[in-house]
Design a protein around this ligand. Structure first.
Ligand code: GCU
Length: 671
């Protein structure tokens, strides 16, 4: 979306309205700061889009673009707008050929420059006068990259950051990635896997991290790192990693000071502790708050923050215990700790209570810790959503969660207002998106998968935006202005999440993918009978998790009263979450009059049928998109079409066998 392709003739304005100069405030010729990056970006962008070479000058005129911080700008209207700007925000004014791009800070100026260029690239030359502020202070990506160069749940080749136990020498790709993220208003990257290795903190790697931070800083991005909780023992040679042990505290303080010496603007730490076999405070009977606060104290003098993940659960759960529920874990682990976390701790919560499934209700934790900073964790990498081999445009799913009203104290309590800090009046909060880009030239392994990254960044800036409108912006910037290209990509992308839900797992049963090994392809049998807790409780006659208070796991009761009542009652539970909250007979009838099992059969056909159309839709674009990208996507969409049939038949065959109930339309599935 930053290719700055030449704008077609019919979309160009008359030349008299174009600026003739770029003036960068706060810079010298040699500086490498967000404002100087912004000036160069403006120069390259205008050259690409309009074919005009603008000089970077020092004296502003009525036909120049001025970019810089608002503090460095002398203009009588400055005061008025300065007061409207919040951290990282910008003021963009365009009146004819006079353009002013003024940030609350340097980063804001860069964001404003990208916004201005995006407008030009989309052929929008209208005059504007806007103040744009980010909705939340934390707008980060998480990368699950390992020091050996592999990436957990990454589908685009090896790491751009690490290789052979250290940080790569050539960080060119890292700079390019920083540019992509900055263009969306993102401001932090946690570069290593949440399942972190202690070796991240060796002297040589700290220096390497410093090189990464130096590379991304000009783009206004700060570095964050994931820590291994047992590092004092595994790396430091101490006999313990107890968070309350004074030697452990001293070890972390010293390490932190060393890190900040090399990276003075380190954003902070991300911690996965006492989860999925990772070490943590529970090993020593300390609370998760004790664990988080250990790091909070270490980074506090440096202005850093700690993102502490709420993804803590027992993965050796007792399948025979009808009342046990992994979906209850976050509230059980965190609710009683509300108010005990330091001010610079943010609890990072996956959008749903389980794990990035094709559909989940919003995590009840958002409604249970009002005295704690919160961030939402979203997954851009398509772990459960077909890796990047299936087209799934995810923002409509995210929007359902972000726009969801938790009704805390029977008052409007949208998830997006909670994570922005607005609902509970908290200073910190925001967004963490698991991206997992790799060295593949497409970044994510598929060209169309990039719309997810684009929309994630834009939503983190302003979550009220419409997912379809964001997609259209992205498509124009990425593929040009041909109407049929725009319409087709919009159509198949908007249909993709509902289709994927239909041919994988519907009615809130979860994705039904293989959960034991690959997280790819159908394996409904893998959900049950093990300790992972992603259960469906399907047997010969019934299916679904009973999460009621009355008879089940009590999960419905973790929601505020209005929602709890709604989910407790099968009649008022939204049908798309029926099997998430209720255990029913296959023969239970839905509002359509269909039985649950027949709905399964039909939905899997409908989803797979939609996936077949993606191929024909895409083929209609032959010659309208460059061959490389056309063929690349055609290959993937054909794969998806075929794989959706595999999904359809595997899932339908599985439930047909289990239930013994034949399809009303007489379709059969042999495996
Ligand atoms: C999922 C994923 C793991 C990851 C974990 C997490 O379970 O499969 O690879 O480590 O989430 O988010 O910590």
């Amino acid at each position: 979306w930053l290719r700055y392709a030449p704008l077609p003739e019919n979309l160009r304005p008359s030349t008299t309205k174009l600026p003739s100069l770029i003036v960068a405030l706060n810079t010298t010729e040699t500086s490498n700061t967000p404002v100087s990056v912004a000036a160069k970006e403006l120069q390259a962008g205008i050259q690409g889009i309009l074919g005009t070479q603008l000089e970077i000058a020092t004296e502003a005129t009525n036909t120049s673009i001025v970019v810089g911080t608002i503090a460095a700008y002398s203009d009588k209207y400055r005061e008025l707008n300065a007061s409207l700007l919040e951290k990282d925000g910008y003021w963009l004014v365009k009146k004819g050929a006079k353009v002013r791009i003024l940030g609350q800070n340097e980063r804001g100026a860069l964001y404003g420059a990208f916004e201005y260029l995006s407008r030009l690239a989309r052929g929008d030359f209208s005059d504007v006068d806007i103040v744009s502020n980010p909705d939340a202070p934390i707008r980060w990506t998480n990368e699950w990259d390992n020091l050996d160069g592999s990436i957990e749940r990454g589908y685009a080749g090896p790491s751009i950051f690490f290789r052979n136990g250290g940080i790569v020498k050539d960080l060119t790709r890292v700079a390019q990635y920083a540019r992509l993220l900055a263009s969306l208003g993102l401001n932090g990257i946690v570069v290593n896997n949440v399942n972190a290795k202690p070796e991240m903190l060796t002297e040589i790697n700290i220096d390497g991290l410093g090189r990464i931070a130096d590379t991304i800083r000009p783009y206004g991005l700060q570095l964050g790192i994931s820590l291994n909780f047992a590092s004092p023992q595994l790396l430091g040679g101490l006999s313990t990693f107890d968070p309350l042990d004074s030697q452990v505290v001293a070890w972390w303080t010293e390490k932190t000071n060393k890190l900040y010496k090399r990276v003075p603007d380190l954003a902070g730490y991300l911690i996965k502790a006492s989860s999925e076999g990772q070490p943590g405070p529970l090993t020593y009977n300390r609370t998760l708050a004790d664990g988080a606060n250990l790091f909070a104290k270490a980074v506090e003098p440096h202005g850093g923050i700690v993102m502490f993940r709420a993804f803590v659960y027992n993965h050796h759960a007792d399948w025979n215990d009808w009342k046990f529920d992994r979906a209850n874990a976050a509230v059980e682990f965190f609710k009683h700790l509300d108010g005990q976390f330091h001010d610079n701790v943010v609890v990072q919560i996956k959008y749903g209570p389980i794990d990035f499934q094709v559909r989940e209700p919003a995590s009840p934790l958002f409604a249970n810790i009002p005295n704690t900073n919160m961030a939402i964790e979203l997954q851009i990498t398509q772990e459960y959503l077909g890796h990047q081999d299936h087209l799934v445009y995810i923002p409509p799913l995210w929007k359902e969660i972000l726009d969801f009203d938790m009704r805390v104290d029977s008052k409007p309590s949208l998830v997006r207002d909670i994570v922005a800090g607005r609902r509970y009046k908290k200073k910190l909060g925001g967004y963490a998106g698991v991206v997992n880009v790799g060295t593949n030239t497409t970044w994510m392994g598929s060209h169309l998968a990039l719309s997810n990254l684009y929309a994630y960044g834009r939503l983190a800036w302003n979550p009220t935006q419409d997912s379809k409108a964001l997609l259209e912006d992205w498509t124009k910037l990425t593929f040009g202005h041909d109407r049929s290209v725009l319409d087709t990509i919009t159509k198949i992308s908007m249909e993709s999440w509902p289709a994927y839900e239909n041919y994988t797992g519907n009615l809130g049963i979860q994705t039904l993918t293989d959960i034991l090994y690959t997280h790819f392809g159908p394996n409904p049998a893998s959900q049950d009978g093990n300790g992972w807790g992603q259960w469906t409780r399907a047997d010969g006659e019934t299916i679904g998790m009973d999460r009621t208070v009355k008879n089940g796991t009590g999960n419905a009761g973790q929601y505020p009263p209005e929602l709890a009542a709604k989910y407790e009652n099968i009649e008022t539970t939204p049908e798309e979450l029926l099997l998430w909250f209720h255990h029913v007979n296959y023969t239970t009838r839905l509002s359509t009059g269909k039985t649950v099992i027949q709905h399964f059969y039909d939905a899997h056909y409908a989803g797979a049928a939609t996936a077949q159309t993606f191929v024909t839709e895409w083929e209609s674009l032959r010659g309208k998109i460059d061959t490389e990208r056309f063929e690349h996507m055609l290959f993937r969409l054909k794969f998806q079409a075929g794989h959706s049939l595999v999904w359809r038949d595997a899932v339908n065959g599985f439930y047909r066998n289990l239930s013994g109930i034949p399809d009303e339309l007489g379709r059969v599935w042999n495996h």
